[in-house]
Design a protein around this ligand. Sequence first.
Ligand SMILES: Nc1nc(=O)c2c([nH]1)NC[C@@H]1CN(c3ccc(C(=O)N[C@@H](CCC(=O)O)C(=O)O)cc3)C=[N+]21
Length: 297
Amino acid sequence: MTAELIDGKAFAADLRERVGAHAAAFAEKAGRKAGLAVVLVGEDPASDVYVRSKGKATIAANMESFEHRLPADTSEADLIAVVERLNADPAVDGILVQLPLPGDLDEQAVIAAIDPGKDVDGFHVESAGRLMVGREGFVPCTPLGCIMLLKDRHGDLSGMNAVVIGRSNIVGKPMAQLLLDANATVTIAHSRTKDLPDVVRRADIVVAAVGRAEMVKADWLKPGATVIDVGINRLAPADGESKGRLVGDVDFEAAKDVAGAITPVPGGVGPMTIAVLLRNTLVAAYAHAGIEAPEAL
Ligand SMILES: Nc1nc(=O)c2c([nH]1)NC[C@@H]1CN(c3ccc(C(=O)N[C@@H](CCC(=O)O)C(=O)O)cc3)C=[N+]21
């Protein structure tokens, strides 16, 4: 292994600690805790694990956690009614509707119902538009966590060649915008990109967010590149395993001998997502209370 490991788990623990201290100060000043509401529709086991760990992290960071579990056959109107109640609830600063939604619930319609001032996921079109035009607003947690890791490692990203693989609204597109805002030269690659290995080979920074296990190979990487692996893929169980291993979108075992720095899976980007969610929630709380948020947030 020649690459430095980017310890997202440790960085996230640090961020949660800082947010927790500021959240305690917020509660003192505002006379109430910051609150995050999570809405989970249906009973996907992976979503359940995620929602639970987020609830624990919220409480550990001195904030209030509200969980709303709704049956898988909830109608769009009923789900939107829940969101509207949360919009009107002064104890709730942030609202997260866990995606994907089951059945044929229209995700965009549900997200559109969230008050943009409580859109701590940054998924509302208002938040996306603000990011695009450089106005203050909520930035999706995963790409914001990634840019924090990159700035921590490199300081200035000016002029670096960044390749984002994947063009989702949740990761790829906002990631590219954040890299552009940091003055990187940005390429967005995707399933129709020609000669993807050659495109990736030019990158000083590679962000892999395609959702395909170990797709990015070591010989695609420029030696010394910084690799941010957003993928969380569960492999089929090998012999003797009850659960398959979690792997990223990058072939980590081989890539670690070529990259200059790389995030592991697990323990890389995933924990950053939750830490940034708490950070966004506290920023929302300060805004709702009309108190200026500390610079360090
Ligand atoms: N509205 C909405 N917002 C989300 O942010 C959102 C969502 N829906 N739906 C599901 C995905 C997934 N997600 C993860 C966050 C943290 C880890 C995480 O911390 N993973 C750990 C360990 C995972 C494990 O061991 O199973 C790691 O990568 O080290 C994983 C996944 C947020 N999501």
